[in-house]
Design a protein around this ligand. Structure first.
Ligand code: PFF
Length: 432
């Protein structure tokens, strides 16, 4: 059977932005920016986005398009030694990411329902979160989220993934803007804007800020050698890789930055703490909604926004290993989506009961210890494929000239940067 392709360029960019924009933008970015000095975090992030992020997307899409395959096929065809096993490894990482991500998205689904029914505005947010986060109930919501993802992936690239994203992405942008406007026009919003926009230069120059900005960016752009390789494999020769990379990087960052405009002014307007970290969205924001007029309405919109952002990302996760099962095991798409969805649930469900399994096993192994290696493996595969051939490939369909420095940048700078972040993070994790 012929490999599926995207129906249109807009559809592809919507799907790529859909994958990139997720909990990483609305949940993690403001918390990182909040703890690392607001604007001081933004400056390195934006510099690195253009120096590394855009290139990273072109690398993974070029690899996917030229080999017409997801990671296993791509690494093998590129001639990377052990390509099959390395491909398998990034597939396993993807299962682990979806396994923990689905728990968090399950909480969001529960919050959305609580917001819609008005329940959220009457509860004590801290107690509500404590009662939900690691519980049998959370496992049920996790299951629902996985099955929603299965339903979209089962419909295929054009009718499922592309169509869902073409609906969810514009809705997401609209919701984001409504909420950000509401937030910045609250009385006292000014304090939050000051916090978010005035940089503390010493923090902006600290190596730690740059390293965290880099690993945040990789996760946020979904460049871990899996999702973007698969999405690239559905591209046609006439599709414009560099321009789509710029559009995706821009869209992803615009959402992350706007999420900060949504969160900080509101948090400051009601005298709450901006540095709450992971609890910012689940505990602090519901307190904001409780104090705000029209709180039920805005809370419902906010959790709907998060739900769209998260689902368009989980779809891109499941697609990675569904595609592997279709091409490598000759499985039918629907069957693969259901079976692999169930497998993800089996692996993810214990995280609903054990914070240790959730964080120390699933999150740390998949995003810290092995995840970044996926990006490195994809880069090495493209180098093995041949940088000249890759350069010819990236230029196909491109509206603007791709500068020749793309070649040394991809061959030397990009892999070196990944190794650097990797060593730094591991060093930090080991208590260095
Ligand atoms: N980019 C997504 C986010 O920011 O939430 C998460 C993600 C999706 C990471 C797909 C990795 C991936 F392959």
């Amino acid at each position: 059977m012929a490999r599926e392709t995207w129906g249109s360029r807009v559809g592809f960019v919507a799907a790529a932005v859909g994958s990139a924009v997720g909990l990483g933008n609305i949940w993690m970015f403001p918390w990182r920016a909040g703890t690392l000095g607001g604007a001081a975090f933004l400056i390195p992030y934006l510099i690195l986005l253009f120096a590394i992020g855009v290139i990273a997307l072109t690398v993974e899409w070029t690899l996917g398009r030229s080999t017409k395959g997801g990671p296993i096929v791509a690494f093998q065809k590129a001639g990377l030694p052990g390509g099959k096993y390395l491909g398998l490894l990034v597939n396993i990482v993807m299962v682990m990411i979806f396994a923990f991500y689905s728990l968090v998205l399950g909480w969001i689904l529960r919050y959305f329902i609580a917001a819609l029914t008005g329940e959220l505005l009457k509860t004590h947010p801290g107690a509500f979160f404590e009662g939900l986060a690691f519980s049998k109930e959370a496992m049920i919501w996790q299951f629902v989220v996985i099955m929603l993802t299965v339903a979209i992936v089962a419909l295929g690239v054009q009718k499922g993934i592309e169509k869902a994203n073409k609906i969810m992405m514009p809705a997401l942008f609209a919701l984001l803007i409504i909420l950000a406007v509401r937030s910045v026009t609250l009385p006292n919003a000014y304090e939050g804007l000051k916090f978010y926009l005035l940089p503390d230069i010493s923090k902006a120059l600290a190596p730690k800020t740059w390293m965290i900005a880099l690993s945040q960016m990789f996760f946020s752009l979904s460049v871990l050698g899996n999702t973007m390789v698969v999405y690239g494999s559905y591209l046609k020769e006439k599709d414009d890789i560099p321009l789509s990379a710029v559009a995706t990087a821009f869209g992803d960052t615009a959402v992350a930055v706007t999420a900060g405009f949504l969160i900080f002014p509101a948090v400051f307007a009601f005298g709450l703490e901006p540095g709450a970290g992971p609890g910012l969205v689940f505990v602090t924001l519901p307190m904001v909604f409780q104090k705000m007029s029209g709180g039920t309405f805005f809370a419902t919109l906010f959790f709907l926004l998060l739900l769209f952002a998260g689902l368009s990302s989980t779809v891109s996760m499941l697609e990675v290993y569904v595609d592997s099962a279709i091409t490598k095991l000759n499985m039918d798409r629907k069957k693969a989506a259901i079976l692999l969805g169930l497998l993800t649930f089996i692996i993810g469900a214990p995280s609903a009961l054990s914070p240790y399994y959730f964080e120390s096993i699933l999150i740390n192994i998949s995003t810290v210890y092995i995840g970044p290696l996926g990006a490195l493996i994809a880069a090495l595969a493209l180098i093995k494929f041949g940088i000249e051939k890759a350069y010819e490939e990236v230029k196909k369909g491109a509206l603007f000239e791709v500068p020749t420095f793309w070649k040394p940048w991809v061959k030397y700078v990009y892999p070196a940067v990944i190794v650097l972040i990797y060593l730094y993070t591991i060093y930090g994790m080991l208590g260095g």
